[in-house]
Design a binder for this molecule. Sequence first.
Ligand SMILES: *[C@@H]1O[C@H](CO)[C@@H](O)[C@H](O)[C@H]1NC(C)=O
Length: 528
Amino acid sequence: MLPKKYTWLILLSLISINEALRILVWFPLFSKSHNILGKGITKHLLEAGHEVVHVTSIPQKTPVPNLTEIDVSTIEKKFKEDAEKYEHFKLKNLVGKKNFGDSLFFLYMAYEISRLSLEDETVQKFFADPMQEFDAVILEWFFSDYIAGIAPLYNCPLIWVGSTEAHWQVLKLVDDIPNPAYNVDLFSLASPPLTFWERVEELWTMVKKYVVINCLVVPFEKRMYNRIFSEIAEKKGIALPSYDDAVYNASLLYLYSHPSIGTPFRLPQNAKYVGGYHIDTKVKPLPKDLQKIMDDAKEGVIYFSMGSNLQSVDMTENMRNSLLKMFSKLKQKVIWKFEDDLKNVPENVHLVKWAPQQSILAHPNLKMFITHGGQLSTTEAIHFGVPVVGIPVFGDQYVNMKSAEDKGFGISVKLAEDMADDILAAVREILNNPIYKTKAKELSAIFHDRPMSPGQELVFWLEYVVRTGGAKHLRSPAVQVPMYQKLYLDLMVVLVLAFAVLWTVGKKVIGKRKVVTISKSGKKDKVN
Ligand SMILES: *[C@@H]1O[C@H](CO)[C@@H](O)[C@H](O)[C@H]1NC(C)=O
């Protein structure tokens, strides 16, 4: 046993090793799910004793020690001023549409959201404040790169967060572009192994996007980058790095995914899977009414939610009624997250305007989750080992549901006016065939089988990056190599030139020889 005075010494030294860091967490998106991810990071950092400034559209109502929130909720109002554009996102307007993530409008939207948040008055004031210093900045990457300019303002390491499954657009920030022959686009409908035509389509999608982004988006971004950041940098007396030097200088990439639910991508040393960190390790108790419904459900419960962005209330009346009718045929209780009141609701259907999703998923009587296939929903389903029926609508939801089907814990149904019968068939299949539940449990065990929890891992790598001055030793050399060198276009030019020279020289030599032969024969002729 150590004498008491030594215990104090040891305690003191521990405190001085665990120095509190000051971190900027940039998650300005006004969608609820993105906000959940920003809050999750913030929570883990605060619990580890660090100080956080969180740029968010949905601030917390009560003050939290060591947390400063910068409220950017005005960007939602500005963005939605053009209400007609916003209609694009409503469920009823997405039936039978192509994935709108592939549209130019989507690229424009991402660029605009970044612009609105960077130009926000509060943010501008905050950037200009000379008292603000940070040990690292954590930025949510959402289809535009130029927010990378925030890190140089504080001369500290940059950490990207990809809030979806890995994909080439986010991986290219820290590594090479992955091979499209077996790494599909985030908005793809296919999954590996790919057929010949799928492979061709993936290549085409990537080349097309690469060209559009580099020729159309990047010039805009560069202009914006210089306009927004050079002024602040000048005020602060900092030399602003070039756009490329800022964008491709990340120390770390957090990926909100895990191989148990998605594709096991080949990642560079500084990309880390932290999917699941937002899930509370301790399940909160259900509200009394829901607890009773779930406890009493002898035949089990089916939980239905289209997430927070896509609201069930935006379905057409026809779709809504056919779903109610279909649910009435089931013996199970159905909890449906529906954001309004409805008449003629069958006895076994219970509508809730807000659902404590994690607590519902954790209940042993839950049979399945009917979901839109958002990344948070499918991750929570696997965290709790629940099979899913998915109705993907846009974005990465197709990729997520394709993976759920391939892995055997879910069935996908196509979004349509008359999808009720298809959903019923999928629900019956999952109720009657235990394989889906077994798979979900199996994958859940794999999901939890990690050296440390995703929240701990997130904190560990952040501290590691700060400790090692930006973890330069983990960075992939690929980010330093321009595309023409990766494709060996320079070698190609050399080979073509060499061939051309050989060809010309060769032609001349052969040509001369011919002349010589002719003249020889000519002489011979004369001799004869
Ligand atoms: C790149 O990151 C390192 C480490 O975080 C930092 O020291 C350096 O200033 C950054 N360079 C640029 C050009 O931003």
